[in-house]
Design a protein around this ligand. Structure first.
Ligand code: GLN
Length: 539
């Protein structure tokens, strides 16, 4: 039977609940426990797939093709585990399934209500996610007191008394503000937030206090007293030099002791040596390299979260700080690529949707190709390498992706109308099909070509597995022409073009998949690692 750790947030959002949950999970995993992770999002959207990155940050894609909250990415990066669809659900999903069941007559004439039906559905989903694990860490999105959060709070309260639940532990993450004028740390917002939790019937057993300043012993004592937890259960969370140091900081404060005691987990001694070494290389690396990151949503860097983290992972393994030089592709359109990219050791063009900034990205690719600068193009960043090559090497005027020019004479990137999805089912796509549900999503195999950069990056592996999130595909009708001129297809998935390289260029790789989704601190993604190596000029 599974034990559950619930992580709630108080006072305000953006306190790093996801990192907290992932850190606790990591310590438990490194103690030999089988740990599952679950993020619950109280918003009504069925999934974040159709939300703007500006609204929601990155959409993370799981192996089985679910578009999920970016916290699932944190879980995978920390716990070095692939989680599935079931690791994230929203209010939208809960209501959909209850309504679907009601329409099918599944409730035998009952009146469907929040309690017990919605809450029951939530409890079932949490227990489902907990199956097969010693411990499930559940992060509840939002802040205590939100109207949307109430059914979820009720569900986790009920789970305390559930016969199928082997134990529960409640962690509350809050903010301790420092009032400069008074020179004082304030515990009142936390007290109120804990009171609100108690009113709902939940008594937190641990307070994780986010604070810019260290908490003096006397303050911790006061906080423990007023929140009715033991002193060892007040854990401070200061701003860390790296998010990957958070588990180490928690460990130094003995965070596992009260958890193990309450959940009867025995003596826990996590082996964090390798982790700690990597963190040291992130915080104080020997080398430094600059990657020009050409993108569109630069105002919200969270929308490239997995990719920026993947660069950190690669850097940690190469003892190098990967500095990102952020370049707005629209600026390139104005100022030219040379002016903005000449100080960079390598160029990275990330994925994206929509036509804004596309011409600037194409200029950046041309710059990297012509000047033989190491280049990695991801998804749209790969698609545009074909467009650039077609226009500037094959002299195919007006070449484009049909995403940006429906009537292009040379559709280098096009919309295939059908393909086999991950589970072998047929997927249909047309210009009219709705955005949600028509993307190629999740993990697909990719067969790599012998002697290619991609094959070498993955240590000679013939078939590699990476995740996708895109609608358009490279057009095989141009393959022969491209290859004859030196742009070689080096990766394929059931006839779909997955990777391209350029003969005679020291390191040029376009990948249709998103390698960043499988990068973890302890196992960096091979293509991104090889890219950073090329940027540093390592063999
Ligand atoms: N817009 C492109 C497509 O839909 C690329 C998407 C991406 O970069 N994730 O195919």
């Amino acid at each position: 039977m599974t034990k559950y750790i619930f992580v709630t947030g108080g006072v305000l959002s953006s306190l790093g609940k996801g990192i907290t949950a992932a850190s606790v999970g990591t310590l438990l995993k490194h103690s030999g426990k089988k740990v599952g992770m679950l993020k619950i999002d109280p918003y009504i959207n069925v999934d974040p797939g159709t939300m703007s990155p500006l609204e929601h940050g990155e959409v993370f894609v799981t192996k089985d093709g679910a578009e999920t909250d970016l916290d699932i990415g944190n879980y995978e990066r920390f716990l070095d585990t692939s989680y599935l669809k079931s690791s994230n659900f929203t209010t939208g999903q809960v209501y959909s399934s209850v309504i679907e069941r009601e329409r099918a007559g599944g409730y035998l004439g009952q009146t469907i209500q929040v309690i017990p039906h919605i809450v029951g559905e939530i409890v079932n989903r949490i227990k489902q996610a907990g199956k097969g694990h010693d411990i499930l860490v559940v992060e509840l999105g939002g802040t205590v007191g939100d109207i949307e959060g109430l059914p979820f709070m009720e569900a986790i309260r009920q789970m305390k008394h559930d016969d199928e639940v082997a134990g529960t532990f409640f962690i509350h993450v809050t903010l301790i503000p420092y009032i400069k004028a008074a020179g004082e740390l304030k515990s009142k917002p936390t007290q109120h937030s804990v009171q609100e939790l108690r009113r709902i019937g939940i008594t937190p057993q641990m307070i994780i206090a986010r604070s810019e300043n260290g908490l003096p012993k006397t303050f911790k004592k006061k906080l423990a007293m007023s929140c009715d937890v033991s002193q060892e259960s007040v854990v401070e969370a200061l701003d860390a030099a790296s998010i990957y140091d958070v588990p180490m900081s928690f460990l130094r404060q003995n965070i596992l002791k009260p958890i193990a005691k309450e959940l009867e987990l025995g003596e826990l001694e996590p082996d964090m040596e390798e982790w700690d070494n990597l963190v040291k290389k992130i915080v104080q690396p020997k080398g430094r390299v600059v990657v020009g990151f050409v993108g569109k949503y630069l105002a919200l860097k969270e929308s490239y979260k997995s990719l920026t983290e993947a660069l950190i992972h690669a850097g940690a393994h190469l003892d190098t700080r990967v500095e990102i030089c952020w370049i707005d592709s629209e600026d390139i359109e104005e100022k030219g690529a040379e002016a903005l990219l000449s100080d960079c050791d390598a160029v990275l063009v990330a994925g994206g949707f929509g036509s804004r900034g596309v011409e600037g990205k194409i200029k950046a690719i041309e710059y990297a190709r012509v000047n033989k600068v190491p280049y990695l193009g991801i998804c749209l960043g790969m698609q545009l390498t074909l467009v650039e090559f077609a226009r500037n090497v094959l002299n195919l005027e007006g070449a484009n992706s049909v995403e940006f020019d429906e009537n292009t004479p040379h559709p280098m990137i096009y919309l295939i109308d059908n393909f086999l999805d991950q589970s072998g089912g047929m997927q249909l796509r047309t210009h009219e099909s709705p955005m949600g549900g028509t993307l190629r999503l999740g993990e697909y195999p990719c067969d790599t070509k012998e002697g290619s950069i991609i094959r070498e990056a993955y240590n000679g592996e013939k078939t590699i597995y990476e995740r996708h999130r895109h609608r358009y595909e490279a057009n095989p009708a141009y393959r022969k022409q491209l290859e004859e001129a030196g742009m070689i297809v080096t990766g394929e998935s059931n006839g779909l073009i997955e990777t391209v390289e350029i003969e005679g260029h020291p390191w040029f790789l376009g990948v249709q998949f998103h390698p960043e989704f499988t990068s973890r601190l302890q196992t960096p993604n091979p293509s991104i690692l090889a890219f950073v190596k090329a940027a540093i000029n390592l063999p």
